[in-house]
Design a binder for this molecule. Structure first.
Ligand code: DOR
Length: 438
C-alpha cells in the first residue's frame, strides 16, 4: 500500500472537540490530513499513542524570554526548549526586554532572532508606551504580533503607561487585543511604605487587592466605553474575579498555575522570595475564588507568566529580590496534576490552553484536531508519576518554585508543525518553531 502520510499518530485518545475518542491522525506537509482509522503502513513514521491523550498543541500566552538583554536568565532558544519539554507548542513573548519591544525595528529584530532558533512556535507582543500610539495604530498588519502589551503598573523593566488619558487612548486605538498588567501605579507608589525590608510576606500587603481591583475596574470601563477588546493578565484576586464575571462583554481573563497551586502565607514561608511575583500570590480565600472563576467560565486562558531571574538575584534580600517565577515548563504538568485531583476536567483544560488562545487572539488554523488544521499536538500520559526538579528545568536560570513536587500526569511528546519535536519526554534536537499567523 502506498505511503500517504509523513507521520501517523496511532491509537491516541484524541480530543474531538467534545470529548476524547481513540483515533489515528494522519499528517502530511505539516497539516492534519485525516482523523479516523488509518493503517500504519500508510505512513513513513508512526508514533504509537496507545494509552495517551492527544490534545491540540498547548499554547502559553504569557512568557518572558529575556532576549535581547538578559541571556543569563533566558533566551529564545533556552526558553522555547523549556516550553516543548513542558508540552507547549507555541508561546507569546513579552516586550519588557532590554531594550523594550516598542518600535518596529526592535520588533523585527526579535523576529529575526527567533527565526530558526526556536523549538516551538512563537509570536511577540508589541509594547505600549505613553508615546508610541502612532505605531500601535499600525500593528494590525505586523507579522508575528499577537497583541499589544500594556503595563499600567510598574513591574520588571521600564515599560509603563501611567496616565489615564494614555491608557484610554491605547485601548481605544489598538487594532489588536490589548493585554494588560493590571495594577494601579499611583496606589503602588503610595503603598510602597508598607514594604518591610527582609519580609517578603509584605509583598502582597504592598501590592494589595485595592491596587489590582482599582486598575481592573478602570481598564474595563475604558474597554466598555470604546467597545474594544482587552485581555487582563494574571488575575490574582477574588474581588477582580467577582467583578469580571459580570463584565465580560469586551474582556477576556487570564490566571496562572502559580495562583491555582500556591497561596499565602504558606508559599512565602516555604519558598521565601522564590514565590515573589507581580501581582502577588494571595491568601487561600483568593486562591479558592480563582478556582471558582475558572470553573464558572470567567477565566478564559491560563498563562504561565514565565519570568526567569537568576537564583542569585532571587535570593537577594526583599525587596531587592526581583519578581517572577519560571513557569513555561511546569504549567501543563501542574494543571494535569490538578486534573488527576479532580479540580477540573481535561476537556476544560484543553479549552483554556489550546482552544481559547486561538479564538481570543485569532491564531489561524490551529487549536483543533481536524482536517486541514496545522498539526500542533501535545501527547499526555495521565498516569505518569513524576517529580518536578530543578535539574529537569531547561530554562537558563535552572530553577522552579516546584522543585521536589510530586505530580501525576505529564506531557510526554509534542508535534510541532507536523514534526515530532519531543518524544518520551526528550527533546528532538531540531528547531521546528515558526511564527504564528493571525
Ligand atoms: O512577576 C512578574 N515578573 N510580573 C511581571 O509582570 C513581569 C515579570 C518579569 O518580567 O519579571
Amino acid at each position: 500500500m502506498s505511503i500517504i502520510y509523513d507521520l501517523i499518530i496511532k491509537n491516541g485518545n484524541c480530543f474531538t472537540g467534545k470529548g476524547f475518542e481513540e483515533l489515528d491522525i494522519g499528517i502530511r506537509n505539516n497539516k492534519i490530513l485525516k482523523v479516523g482509522i488509518i493503517p500504519k503502513e500508510n505512513g513513513d513514521n508512526v508514533v504509537n499513542a496507545k494509552g495517551l491523550h492527544v490534545i491540540p498543541g498547548a499554547i502559553d500566552t504569557q512568557v518572558h524570554f529575556r532576549e535581547p538583554g538578559n541571556p543569563d536568565k533566558e533566551d529564545l532558544e533556552s526558553g522555547s526548549k523549556a516550553a516543548v519539554l513542558g508540552g507547549i507548542t507555541a508561546i507569546f513573548e513579552m516586550p519588557n526586554t532590554n531594550p523594550t519591544t516598542d518600535n518596529f525595528e526592535r520588533f523585527n529584530d526579535k523576529l529575526k532572532r527567533a527565526k530558526g532558533r526556536m523549538y516551538c512556535n512563537y509570536a511577540f507582543y508589541f509594547g505600549a508606551t505613553e508615546n508610541n500610539l502612532d505605531l500601535i495604530k499600525r500593528v494590525e498588519t505586523l507579522e508575528g504580533c499577537c497583541g499589544v502589551k500594556m503595563f499600567v503598573g510598574s513591574s520588571t523593566g521600564t515599560l509603563l503607561v501611567k496616565k489615564n488619558e494614555a491608557i484610554e487612548a491605547i485601548i481605544k486605538t489598538s487594532p489588536k487585543v490589548v493585554a494588560i498588567h493590571s495594577e494601579d501605579d499611583d496606589l503602588l507608589q503610595i503603598k510602597k511604605k508598607l514594604i518591610k525590608e527582609g519580609d517578603v510576606r509584605t509583598h502582597s500587603i504592598w501590592r494589595d487587592v485595592e491596587v489590582a481591583i482599582t486598575s481592573t475596574k478602570k481598564v474595563v470601563k475604558f474597554a466598555n466605553k470604546h467597545h474594544k477588546k482587552i485581555h487582563i493578565l494574571h488575575v490574582s484576586s477574588k474581588d477582580e474575579m467577582v467583578f469580571l464575571k459580570d463584565n465580560k462583554k469586551y474582556v477576556t481573563v487570564e490566571t496562572t498555575p502559580q495562583f491555582l497551586t500556591l497561596f499565602a502565607p504558606d508559599c512565602y514561608e516555604q519558598l521565601g522570595t522564590l514565590a515573589q511575583m507581580n501581582p502577588p500570590i494571595r491568601s487561600k480565600e483568593h486562591h479558592d475564588a480563582l478556582w471558582v472563576g475558572l470553573l464558572n467560565g470567567t477565566v478564559d486562558v491560563l498563562g504561565s507568566d514565565h519570568a526567569p531571574h537568576t537564583l542569585t538575584e532571587k535570593k537577594k534580600k526583599y525587596p531587592e529580590s526581583p519578581s517572577g517565577l519560571t513557569g513555561v515548563q511546569t504549567m501543563l504538568p501542574l494543571m494535569l496534576d490538578h486534573v488527576n485531583n479532580r479540580r477540573l476536567s481535561l476537556e476544560k483544560l484543553v479549552e483554556l490552553i489550546s482552544i481559547n488562545p486561538c479564538r481570543i487572539f485569532g491564531i489561524k488554523n490551529r487549536g483543533q484536531i481536524k482536517e486541514n488544521f496545522i498539526a500542533d499536538l501535545t501527547l499526555i500520559d495521565m498516569n505518569l508519576n513524576f517529580e518536578i526538579t530543578n535539574k529537569w528545568i531547561a530554562s537558563r536560570c535552572g530553577w522552579t518554585a516546584f522543585d521536589g513536587k510530586k505530580i501525576k500526569g505529564m506531557p510526554v511528546a509534542t508535534i510541532i508543525n507536523g514534526n515530532v519535536a519531543s518524544l518520551d519526554m526528550q527533546i528532538i534536537d531540531k528547531k521546528f518553531g515558526d511564527k504564528l499567523i493571525f
